[in-house]
Design a protein around this ligand. Structure first.
Ligand code: 26V
Length: 822
């Protein structure tokens, strides 16, 4: 039945109903009888979007009218997940919308399941960006996020015979309701070409960047509403287009097809997200993506500033703060310099002062292979003028280095932006440090190691430039939205609903931690969440698990340093203990994994296969009476995390100390009442400080111990021969027992642990890890004790709200006051 055009109503539920029906009919041409869940999703999303866009306009006019200082967050990745619930929740219309849909007879679960994840990121770095823009809006901070509108996000993972296979993530193939395209704000930028050495009449060098290739970026805006506030900020994602619809000069038979082909080439820039989170060294398209999005964003920032300020370079840095999310957008330093010098004719010192006041840089990793470097020949071809400018930045930088350490040539090569020898390379981290006024690590330990190991001389050269900003997570998505039952219990217990804006209020739950009645309520919610996850495991893996077992989860990208293989060694050890003693008294466990491996990362893929294949064997072995189950859930993504985290009992955070910069999954799991088993790495250290030693299971070597063992010459065979169980487990994995007829199936894993030198010291930490698991087992048997520990975790991790993190950035780095919108 076609709905009439919408009429305003005073009743919010009635007016939402009318709006949804209106969109169903007039936007999507569907009637209620034939509408699919996806049609209902689209109509509901459009109705929510209407709500947000009017507030977006209000927010932007307030910011423009008051000519406020803004923060621009530059990130190649935003791992947003689904947007429906968070948009409704943050806009304050969630309950009314649920009621409206119920009255319309719509199946809510089917509706929400038909939204694809917006998976425009790899992992921690991209999800952090998504949490940050939520907090920026919630704190009424004027901010715009810039990124790329990838047509294909991170690949979809499936398993075939235990192997990972990758499928394209065509998330926007039928369009997405959240994006508003703004062709009127498109930007043209140039790339490639060459530099012509021109001198003006006074003999000044006036280089010209010529014969360039033109690119057009069209912005797609996503509204970013704050929670419990009127502010709606913008996430602006660029789509690449060809300059002209078609090159009309080439409009003859041969040239026509060429012209269309050229257009297609320009449009590949925003086609696909690179699926690596180690460096994609030397991939030209990746460099083009970085420059394209940085150049479009800077032009847009400058346009916005000059619209108000005329020729306002004098106060540009007063109005503009730019945060670089890792070095991926670090070319912004050279691009702004090029604009100021070549196009605006500022002198070097003036230009450089603006740049260093504008930029700040966040480092997310110490792993040498993940530090971005670009070969000079590639840069010379793609960005010839920028290369010249980077050389000049470096020449001046090395003058300061030489003044500080006269005659020290080794210091010059250590600090240089250009790495010499074996093909020159540009060190983007050095460019970002030199071009920024603040550089931050993402957890206290990480920042210390950043100063000590990665940039020791820079910390001396630029005292005070290095700061810590411990990561955080948004309590809206990671508690309020994903765990409604626990959220309701918290609201009831605290007697107030505003804890998602002030997570420190959860402290008060600590008073209830000893109360049997509260413990029972808390653990009953955990159990319901576990039942739901058990159903998902059945659906996705075909494995039956008991919700009474301890749910032990490790969910994160698959990386050697994160040590999923340490977890696997422990599982195999437990399996062996059970076979040797079927009556072994242990708490039944369900080991839950979810992880994607970069498509070219062979060892990571081999570890996935090993967990899948060994897990299947364990799951089907009746001798162990269901005491052990292993479920590797396919296609880990935000939406799956939202399902797993509320159901977790134990959170595995087991990286080699010094390797995980922070971790943020650790925070999400603790907030939802999972206990951590972890090393003293990244933010685990600070989680331990908050929850207390009694409420966390710490094991393994410290950073200092790792360093000492390595300096003494680490030999995994020493541990292999000294520990009989460990030896048996590794030999077993190395045999063809788990893959009959297929020899050496896990040779890459086996090699990495022994002859490969065990670079992440899995063997050295194995016994301590296994002992910590015995302590976990003992704690879980004592249900009141476990309940108390779980409650204490939820109660004491308020520090890890990304609101706290963003407040620290705003005060200490951005100097950015909030602007409430009336
Ligand atoms: C590098 C590259 C190289 C080129 C291809 C695309 C790509 C994408 C990402 C990266 C760097 C990944 C770094 C990263 O995600 N670090 C994680 O950042 C989290 C947020 O700060 C932190 O919690 C994790 O510990 C850290 O591993």
């Amino acid at each position: 039945v076609a709905a009439p055009r919408r009429r305003a109503s005073d009743d919010p539920v009635e007016s939402i109903k009318a709006s949804i029906l209106d969109h169903l009919t007039h936007t999507f041409a569907r009637d209620t009888a034939g509408a699919t869940p996806r049609d209902w999703f689209l109509a509901t999303a459009m109705s929510a979007r209407d709500h947000l866009t009017s507030r977006l306009i209000k927010t932007q006019s307030a910011h423009n009218d008051q000519n406020v200082r803004r923060l621009y967050y530059l990130s190649l990745e935003y791992l947003m997940g689904r947007l429906l619930i968070s948009s409704l929740q943050n806009a304050g219309v969630y309950d009314h919308t649920r009621q409206a849909l119920e009255e319309l007879g719509v199946d809510w679960e089917a509706l929400r399941a038909s939204e694809d994840d917006m998976g425009l990121g790899n992992g921690g770095l991209g999800r952090l960006a998504a949490c940050f823009i939520d907090s920026l809006a919630t704190l009424d901070l004027p901010a715009i996020g810039y990124g790329i509108n990838y047509e294909f996000g991170l690949f979809r993972q499936a398993f075939e015979n235990g192997h990972q296979v990758e499928n394209p993530d065509s998330w926007m193939i039928y369009g997405t309701p959240w994006e508003l395209m703004h062709p009127e704000y498109q930007q043209e930028v140039q790339i490639y070409g060459e530099v012509e050495n021109v001198f003006d009449d006074s003999g000044n060098y006036r280089p010209q960047w010529v014969n360039t290739h033109k690119l057009v970026g069209v912005p797609n805006d996503i509204p970013v509403p704050g929670y419990g506030t009127e502010t709606v900020n913008i996430l602006r994602l660029w789509t690449s287009h060809a300059t002209e619809p078609l090159d009309l000069n080439a409009f003859n038979e041969g040239g026509y097809v060429e012209a269309v082909r050229n257009k297609a080439t320009s449009e590949t820039i925003s086609k696909v997200l690179y699926p690596n989170d180690k460096t994609e060294n030397g991939k030209e398209l990746r460099l083009v993506q970085q420059y394209f999005f940085v150049a479009c964003s800077l032009k847009d920032i400058i346009r916005r500033h000059m619209r108000v300020e005329g020729n306002g370079w004098h106060n540009f840095a007063d109005k503009v703060a730019v945060q670089l999310n890792d070095t991926h957008p670090a070319i912004a330093v050279a691009e702004l310099l090029r604009i100021l010098i070549d196009e605006e004719s500022l002198d070097w010192d003036e230009a450089w002062a603006i740049i260093t006041k504008t930029f700040a840089y966040t480092n997310h990793t110490l792993l040498p292979e993940a530090l971005e470097k670009w070969g000079v020949p590639l840069y010379a071809r793609v960005l010839p003028r920028h290369l010249q400018l980077i050389y000049e930045i470096n020449r001046r930088h090395l003058e300061t280095v030489a003044a500080k350490w006269p005659g020290d040539n080794e210091m010059l090569s250590t600090c240089s932006i250009v790495e010499e020898g074996g093909g020159k390379q540009l060190r983007m981290a050095h460019l970002a440090v030199v071009g920024s006024h603040a550089v931050n690590g993402v957890a206290a330990l990480h920042t210390e190691l950043l100063k000590k190991d990665l940039f020791p001389y820079f910390d001396t050269l630029f005292p005070g430039k290095f700061r810590n900003k411990t990561n955080g997570i948004t309590p809206r998505r990671w508690l309020l939205d994903c765990n409604p039952a626990l959220s309701a219990l918290i609201t009831k217990t605290l007697g107030r609903p505003d804890w998602p804006r002030n997570l420190d209020l959860l402290q008060a739950l600590g008073k209830e931690a000893d109360q049997p009645a509260f413990q029972q309520e808390f653990m009953a919610i955990k159990r319901v969440n576990k039942v739901a996850l058990a159903e998902t495991i059945q659906e996705l893996c075909g494995i039956e698990v008991s919700p009474d077992a301890l749910f032990d989860v490790q969910i994160k990208r698959l990386h050697e340093y994160k040590r999923q293989h340490l977890n696997l060694l422990h599982i195999v050890a437990l399996y062996r203990r059970l076979l040797q003693n079927p009556d072994l008294d242990m708490v039944p466990r369900v080991f839950v994994f979810a992880a994607k491996a970069a498509p070219g990362y062979d060892l990571a893929k081999n570890i996935i296969r090993a967990i899948n294949v060994i897990g299947a064997r364990i799951n089907h072995d009746e001798r162990i009476q269901g005491k052990l189950k292993v479920a590797f859930l396919p296609n880990y993504r935000v939406t799956l995390a939202e399902k797993i985290i509320p159901a977790a009992d134990l959170s595995e955070q087991i990286s080699t100390a010094g390797k995980e910069a922070s971790g943020t999954g650790n925070m999400k799991l603790a907030l939802n009442g999972a206990l951590t088993i972890g090393t003293l790495d990244g933010a685990n250290v600070e989680i331990g400080e908050e929850v207390g030693d009694d409420n966390i299971f710490i094991f393994g070597m410290t950073v200092e111990e790792v360093e000492a063992v390595r300096n003494a010459g680490y030999r995994p065979y020493d541990f292999y021969y000294a520990d009989e169980e460990l030896r048996a487990v590794i030999d077993w994995i190395g045999s063809d027992y788990f893959t009959p007829g297929e020899r050496h199936a896990f040779a890459p894993l086996h090699h990495s642990l022994l002859d490969g030198g065990d670079p992440y010291m899995v063997l050295a930490d194995f016994r301590s890890y296994s002992d910590a698991h015995l302590a976990v087992d003992a704690a879980y048997r004592d249900s009141p004790r476990w309940a108390k520990m779980a409650i204490m975790n939820t109660a004491r991790v308020g520090k890890f709200s990304s609101d706290r993190t963003i407040r620290e950035y705003a005060e200490d780095i951005w100097n950015l006051p909030p602007v409430p919108v009336k």
